[in-house]
Design a protein around this ligand. Structure first.
Ligand code: NAD
Length: 321
């Protein structure tokens, strides 16, 4: 088996490879070639940790395996990242372990690639202003991936903890884009594309604040009870997701479904747009929303790509197992 340590991932994986892996696997999911198994996530009653695994099989890409890990809130005090994960890939022909891959950086990259894929396929071609709601760890990855999809001229941002907005300003400067910290009203009025990436449990952005034609990628809501935008916005938008079953149970759609404002049948897979079986955006005025819940197949796709790169570059460690 091959081992690709966490510390080697940054030097191996680039955004273009990640984007291609995520676009490919979303397409495979919509064709029925790849499917996710039910997610397990448990409070383990030790170290306040949440632990679980996401798994699946891509018959077309022959990626079989799981990402295991979770959230250890005490890690920061130990100099470690609170979110910890590892991907295990298996040989689908024999069931033998194929690779063990560090999953921390890959999670941020694959999550950013998912919203970037949604922007490519759903945002208006003339989008100029990117709005960022959230300024945590993921937000930097999100912004870097998003700006590659349209000729953005400016980034505006809002965060629940304003002292964290320096992160957004810094990344925008690195990308050569002006940045403005704004109110939510201003963010909605200016933005053509909005990414929400927070751990909020209450709606932050409201439908009344969002102008016609906006594309919104809701990326923070990945657990029951979390919510970033109000039900009215989800009900107003043409909604796409990575996986419908996750959108209605742990994604942003859970709330609009529970309040009866939308039906499951109104949610389309982004993969269907990628494959051309769904027309995607149909007008410049339409509000599109991508509910990116994060599926195991994304992790397998990027891990498989990084293993190939690591083997080709002689970086993967081979272990007799
Ligand atoms: P982080 O802890 O670094 O940042 C948290 C962000 O949420 C900050 O912007 C913070 O100000 C904001 N926030 C915290 N409490 C809030 C509140 N009460 N109201 C509004 N905003 C609040 O986290 P991160 O690593 O940037 O992750 C952000 C979110 O993305 C988390 O919910 C995480 O679970 C989720 N996530 C989703 C995926 C996916 O595939 N969809 C993948 C990774 C992470």
């Amino acid at each position: 088996m091959w081992i690709v340590p966490e510390a080697k991932i940054a030097g191996l994986m680039d955004r273009a490879t990640c984007f291609a892996a995520i676009e490919g696997v979303f397409g495979a999911m919509a064709r029925g070639d790849a499917y996710n198994f039910p997610v397990i996530r448990e409070a383990i009653g030790h170290a306040d940790a949440l632990y679980g695994f996401k798994s699946g099989f891509d018959r077309a890409g022959l990626a079989l395996g799981l990402k295991s890990g979770g959230y250890w809130p005490g890690n920061e005090a130990k100099g470690l990242t609170n979110h910890q994960s590892t991907v295990v890939l298996f040989d689908p022909d024999t069931g033998r372990v194929k690779a063990l891959v560090g999953g921390n950086l890959l999670t941020a990259l694959r999550t950013a690639a998912a919203s970037a894929v949604s922007i490519k396929h759903l945002a208006r071609p003339d989008a100029k202003v990117l709005g960022m709601v959230g300024a945590g760890h993921q937000s930097a990855f999100q912004m870097r991936a998003a700006v590659e999809q349209r000729a953005f001229e400016k980034v505006v941002g809002w965060n629940f903890h304003p002292e964290m907005l320096d992160r957004l300003a810094g990344v925008a400067a690195e990308l050569g884009l002006p940045f403005e910290a704004v109110s939510l009203d201003e963010l909605g009025a200016q933005s053509d594309v909005i990414i929400t990436i927070t751990s909020s449990h209450k709606p932050i952005l409201r439908s009344a604040q969002v102008k016609a034609g906006t594309h919104i990628a809701c990326m923070g809501t990945d657990t029951k009870g979390k919510q970033e935008v109000d039900d009215l916005l989800v009900a107003r938008a043409t909604v796409f997701t990575d996986e419908v079953a996750q959108a209605i149970s742990i994604g942003e759609c859970q709330h609009a479904i529970a309040s009866g404002l939308m039906a499951e049948a109104e949610i389309a897979e982004l993969g269907a747009v990628i494959n051309g079986s769904h027309k995607g955006r149909t007008s410049a005025e339409e509000v599109t929303l991508f509910d990116g819940t994060g599926v195991g197949l994304q992790d397998l796709a990027v891990a498989a790509a990084v293993v190939e790169l690591a083997i080709a570059k002689g970086i993967a460690i081979e272990v007799d197992f």
